[in-house]
Design a protein around this ligand. Structure first.
Ligand SMILES: [Zn+2]
Length: 291
């Protein structure tokens, strides 16, 4: 049953311009948007006997409409949506799944109850500026079920609270096929963004992520595994070690990553936290047009 449904939407990444719902394990599918730069995130689907669990919902209509259409092709009810955290590039498409229960952490729940800072989104992600008014009008669905502890959501999918990237990170583990949906605890081939995170704590958390599963679906970039997690960990540790000076980050695998202008934000955030200042880095305020 599971594999029949999954095979309906199998595709090959890298040979197509548009994302496809790719089967990465029996009854586990990933929607990987190419490149994974700002506003371009991944999503996933886990197939259980009672229907589907969708993990994250992308951001704007041009992204989530084709994803939701591919999910409909699986011809099973979407029972649950799990939001890995509150950032808009993961929660913008919740209305595409109107009948699903929405699971997220208490901090994500709090953010979704607030208005959207649309002007800041337009400043930070100008490539999608034309679509944010539509998103603001549409809004997002509220969280219906809080995740405040590790729990078995379905016979296959376990939700695990985590920390490091945002105030309310959640991972989804599908242990029977050794797959973890890591949300933005993992960026592969893309510089991570820690404006609300804690680079030191995040790097430590990645020890646990590396041990969780062989296959890791990141929030941004292609599917990977422990090698990619260790590269990310080394980068975050470098951001902490340079103590406020992004030009001191040594060379490493991150030379080829996208979005390296985030170095400044990540290093500034790490240095502020080291001094007891848990605030938005000024470089991020600049990027959001808030200065
Ligand atoms: Zn994020």
């Amino acid at each position: 049953m599971r594999s029949d449904m999954a095979e309906k939407c199998t595709g090959t990444l890298g040979k197509v311009a548009k994302p496809v719902l790719e089967t990465i394990a029996d009854g586990v599918l990933a929607w990987i948007q190419p490149e994974g730069e700002s506003g371009v995130s991944n999503a996933g689907v886990v197939v259980d006997d009672d229907g589907l669990t969708v993990i994250d919902t992308l951001m704007v209509r041009s992204q989530w409409e084709p994803f939701a259409a591919a999910v409909r092709e699986l011809d099973a009810p979407v029972r649950r949506v799990v939001l890995t955290h509150a950032h808009i590039d993961h929660v913008g498409g919740t209305k595409a799944f109107p009948h699903a229960a929405v699971y997220a952490s208490p901090p994500t729940n709090a953010v979704l109850d607030q208005g959207m800072p649309i002007d800041a989104y337009k400043a930070f992600m100008p490539a999608f500026a034309d679509e944010f008014d539509d998103l603001a009008e549409l809004g997002t669905r509220p969280v219906t079920h809080l995740i405040d502890d590790a729990a078995s959501l379905t016979p296959r999918a376990e939700v695990l609270p985590a920390s490091g990237h945002s105030p309310g990170d959640v991972l989804v583990l599908v242990a029977d096929v050794d797959v973890c949906f890591a949300g933005d605890l993992c960026f592969f081939g893309v510089t991570p963004l820690a404006f609300q995170g804690n680079p030191a704590e995040w790097a430590t958390m990645l020890d646990a992520v590396a041990d969780l599963a062989e296959v890791i679906v990141p929030g941004h970039g292609p599917v990977g595994g422990e090698a990619e997690v260790r590269d990310l960990q080394a980068y975050l540790r470098a951001c902490v070690a340079v103590d406020g000076d992004p030009s001191a980050i040594p060379s490493g695998p991150w030379e080829t990553w996208l979005e390296r202008d985030r170095d400044t934000i990540n290093v500034e955030r790490a240095a502020m936290l080291a001094r007891g200042h848990d605030e938005m880095p000024p470089s991020m305020l600049d990027a959001l047009g808030l200065t």
